[in-house]
Design a protein around this ligand. Structure first.
Ligand code: PEP
Ligand code: MN
Length: 332
């Protein structure tokens, strides 16, 4: 971190600031110019309150030269992390195809979809039991019964299961869940992230609707700082001024996250577009951009789905996407 001091700073003021910084366990390298003084701060600057430093009367500006996330940072961990979940692996060349309905609705539905997507090459089954809905009057998910049905589908197919947690008080219900999803709306629920960090479960961390990539990585850092390194990052589209699609899929997030971090990156073209007919193109584009996996919503009867029917593929459409994705992966 570099701090530039204002012209006219007195030696007393400067020394006072240097002592204050040293008390924070930082080495301070001073470079005196004719007009300005530059302080180079060396050490663990992740705990430095940049805004506070910036607000000091004698400070002109402050610039970070290293990212505030350490454990998620590729600089300190150059090799790709491979996350294991049941029989599935993701990252470092392992590709995960996560598919299933937005919400678990019945035994028949989840078991039928699980069998169909497995047949088409899915490596994990998704399905929401606790649903974060915009309206309190919309279907809120089956709750614990939904988790039970997911476990049943796992027994029938062997597919590891991915499902969302909304409240840390329900954590004990997730014992047989292979990957716990943190949804976009909870990406910055820091208490939830810290508690998940104390588990050894694989976590699928979705990017918030209006969050930067650095914020996403800081949320991953919250989980990692508590000891859990099994994190899969997920780009699921962000809010922009465009209204044609449900969100705007930020494809560049995939190579950027790979550049900045060693964690695997999944793309969710279903929530990113909100329209089933756009899912195939964006799934292919994400794979071409280097995604380590895809998460795609599939329903046996999208027209009657209790949640996200408009963006859900039929099993036959999913089969087609799967083939296209395989072809692209082979070409790469
Ligand atoms: C979901 O995966 O069904 C979901 C609610 O996703 P998001 O948190 O990305 O909106
Ligand atoms: Mn959904």
């Amino acid at each position: 971190m570099i701090a530039i001091l204002k012209n006219g700073t007195t030696p007393e003021q400067k020394n006072h600031l240097i002592q204050w910084l040293k008390k924070q366990n930082l080495d301070v390298h001073v470079s005196e110019g004719k007009q300005v003084t530059i302080l180079g701060l060396v050490g663990d600057t992740s705990r430095v309150d940049m805004e506070l430093l910036c607000s000091l009367e004698i400070v002109e500006s402050v610039k970070r030269v290293s990212e505030p996330f350490k454990q998620a940072n590729r600089k300190f961990h150059p090799k790709d992390t491979i996350v294991e979940a049941g029989s599935a692996r993701i990252g470092g060349g392992y590709f995960a195809m996560i598919a299933g309905p937005c919400s678990v609705e019945s035994e028949e539905q989840i078991v039928a979809v699980a069998k169909a997507v497995k047949e088409s090459g899915a490596t994990m089954l998704r399905g929401g039991a606790f649903k974060p809905r915009t309206s309190p009057y919309a279907f809120q998910g089956m709750g614990p019964e939904g988790l039970r049905l997911l476990e049943l589908a796992k027994q029938e197919t062997g597919l590891p299961i991915v499902t969302e947690i909304m409240n840390i008080n329900t954590l004990e219900l997730f014992d047989n869940v292979d990957v716990i999803q943190v949804g976009a709306r909870n990406m910055q629920n820091f208490d939830l992230l810290k508690e998940l960090g104390k588990t050894k479960k694989a976590i699928l961390l979705k990017r918030g609707l209006a969050n930067t990539l650095q914020e996403l990585l800081m949320s991953a850092e919250y989980i990692m700082s508590e000891g859990n390194e099994n994190i899969i990052l997920c780009e699921r589209g962000i809010r922009t001024f465009e209204t044609y699609t449900r969100n705007t899929m930020d494809l560049s997030a995939i190579p950027v996250l790979h550049e900045l971090s060693h964690l695997p990156v999944v793309a969710d073209p279903s929530h990113a577009t909100g329209k089933s007919r756009l899912v195939s193109s964006m799934a292919c584009a994400a794979v071409a951009a280097g995604a380590d996996g895809l998460m795609i919503e599939v329903h046996n009867d999208p027209e009657h789905a209790l949640c996200d029917g408009a963006q859900s593929l039929t099993p036959a459409q999913f089969d087609d996407v799967s083939r296209r994705v395989r072809a692209i992966r082979e070409a790469l």
